[in-house]
Design a protein around this ligand. Structure first.
Ligand code: ADP
Ligand code: 5GP
Length: 199
């Protein structure tokens, strides 16, 4: 019987919708899941740790990582740069671990082009008013940045219909259950399952 290879799942959606919250719950309930720690040029928020939430890089360091071809994808988001280091994703998948990427839409497109078997999940808010409440309630950005993030979220929403799955984060419990169900179903596809049978 061959060893199962992990799959990559992208969690995408507007800033403040709850991606980080949902990802934290998924990780807490399944220690085999691997969260890809991104690199960013944005400043750490209170409580964020280097190497745990992000690799916090200067612009020069970020550009060096690009030159060294270290990124699976990278993109700009509201004045900052973000990228997924490729090496750890590959290592985790080879070990049979599923990988979660919390990334924005341009990065999601780049990963899907390079690796079509990646599963893209769009997480939407129950309403735009609720998204605004969550983003303001989180208290991590000033009002100008909150407005830019909301505008970017609305612009990107047009692309949501092209995703593989669409989850509404009304309650965290429900969103987490739906994402778990998607992950389970994706591992029941014939190409993966047939390879697991001794013939
Ligand atoms: P993102 O990672 O998408 O930017 P966060 O996970 O930081 O979003 O969540 C933004 C805010 O919304 C946080 O204060 C979080 O506690 C809250 N939140 C997340 N999911 C829900 C939910 N289902 N209902 C109410 N508040 C939520
Ligand atoms: P935040 O600054 O709120 O942590 O993240 C802002 C946006 O950047 C979110 O939509 C998040 O998903 C996205 N993001 C985080 N890491 C990456 C990454 O490595 N690549 C890309 N393309 N987007 C990322």
């Amino acid at each position: 019987m061959c060893v199962k290879r992990g799959k990559t799942f992208i969690i995408c959606g507007p800033s403040g919708v709850g991606k980080g919250t949902v990802v934290a719950r998924l990780l807490a309930s399944d220690p085999t899941l691997y969260f890809s720690v991104s690199a960013t040029t944005r400043a750490p928020r209170p409580g964020e740790e280097n190497g745990v939430h992000y690799h916090f890089l200067s612009m020069e360091q970020f550009e060096r990582w690009i030159e060294e071809d270290q990124f699976l994808e990278h993109a700009q988001f509201v004045g900052n740069r973000y990228g997924t280091p490729q090496m750890y994703v590959d290592k985790a998948m080879e070990q049979g671990r599923d990988v979660l990427l919390d990334i924005e839409i341009q990065g999601a497109d780049q990963v899907k082009m390079k690796r079509p078997d990646t599963v893209r999940i769009y997480v939407a808010p129950p309403s735009w008013a609720e998204l605004e409440r969550r983003l303001i309630g989180r208290g991590t950005e000033d009002m100008e940045k909150v407005k830019s993030r909301l505008a970017r979220g609305k612009e990107e929403f047009a692309a949501a219909k092209d995703f593989d799955y669409f989850v509404i984060n009304d309650t965290v419990d429900r969103a987490v259950d739906e994402i778990r169900a998607i992950m389970t179903a994706e591992h029941c596809r014939p190409d993966e399952r047939i390879a697991l049978i001794d013939q």
